[in-house]
Design a protein around this ligand. Structure first.
Ligand SMILES: [Cu+2]
Length: 219
């Protein structure tokens, strides 16, 4: 009597522990996959650049004067930086240029990232007109394609939010396999000064698309 009751209690406990373990690992898996997508890291996307330079020191008041665009981004929503790898949209069916409105390109129309649409004196990466774009695919999604755009000469990133008409699409890649390094040669001749490199990453695991703006200075 007594021992069978103990047995029953023990097996209930085991069953309970199994459920807890299973849901904990499901949670862990979700957190892992959610935190592991990617973005352009060189030249660095706006949110990655702010995270890289200020993520470890984001309460520093000097940011307001030294790097006002990162400052406004942290003030608006610090998750924009903590989730630098999750600037994505789902189910776009390849209609990036049709479905992302002008002035919302840098956020991809994703409400968590609106501070990135603000024009201003974003920190730039100095580059020559022929450069290699490195994209970090943390999640090993692979790619159906990458589209790389560069702003036209005359565009002013400090006063004008990005429109499709400001851009020239200079690269359309083919497929990248999951785990393959993504280093894309880009040529953007005839440009000097502050420009924006805009990247569309169509991931391969399902219809999930990532957008990013990287500020560069040519010449
Ligand atoms: Cu993903």
């Amino acid at each position: 009597m007594h021992s069978s009751r103990t047995k029953r209690a023990r097996s209930l406990l085991l069953a309970f522990a199994a459920v807890v373990l299973a849901s904990a690992s499901a949670l862990f898996f979700t957190a892992q996959s959610a935190s592991a997508h990617g973005t352009a890291t060189s030249p660095a996307a706006r949110q990655y650049s702010c995270w890289e330079r200020w993520g470890g020191d984001h309460m520093n008041p000097d940011m307001a004067t030294e790097d006002p665009m990162c400052y406004q981004a942290f003030q608006t929503n610090a998750n924009t930086m903590w989730s630098w790898m999750s600037l994505l949209r789902e189910g776009m069916q390849g209609q990036h240029e049709q479905r992302i409105p002008d002035n919302r390109l840098c956020s991809g129309g994703n409400a968590e990232y609106t501070s990135l649409d603000e024009p201003g004196d974003w920190h730039t990466t100095p580059l020559s007109n022929n450069f290699t774009l490195h994209y970090e695919d943390q999640a090993r999604h692979g790619a159906d394609y990458y589209w790389v755009y560069v702003t036209r000469q005359g565009y002013d990133a400090t006063t004008d939010a990005l429109d499709w008409g400001d851009l020239e699409r200079v690269v359309e890649t083919g497929v990248y396999q999951p785990g393959q390094a993504v280093d894309i040669p880009v040529s953007a001749p005839g440009r000097t000064g502050h420009h924006v490199v805009y990247v569309v990453w169509q991931a391969s695991h399902f219809d999930q698309t990532f957008y990013s703006c990287s500020d560069v200075s040519f010449g």
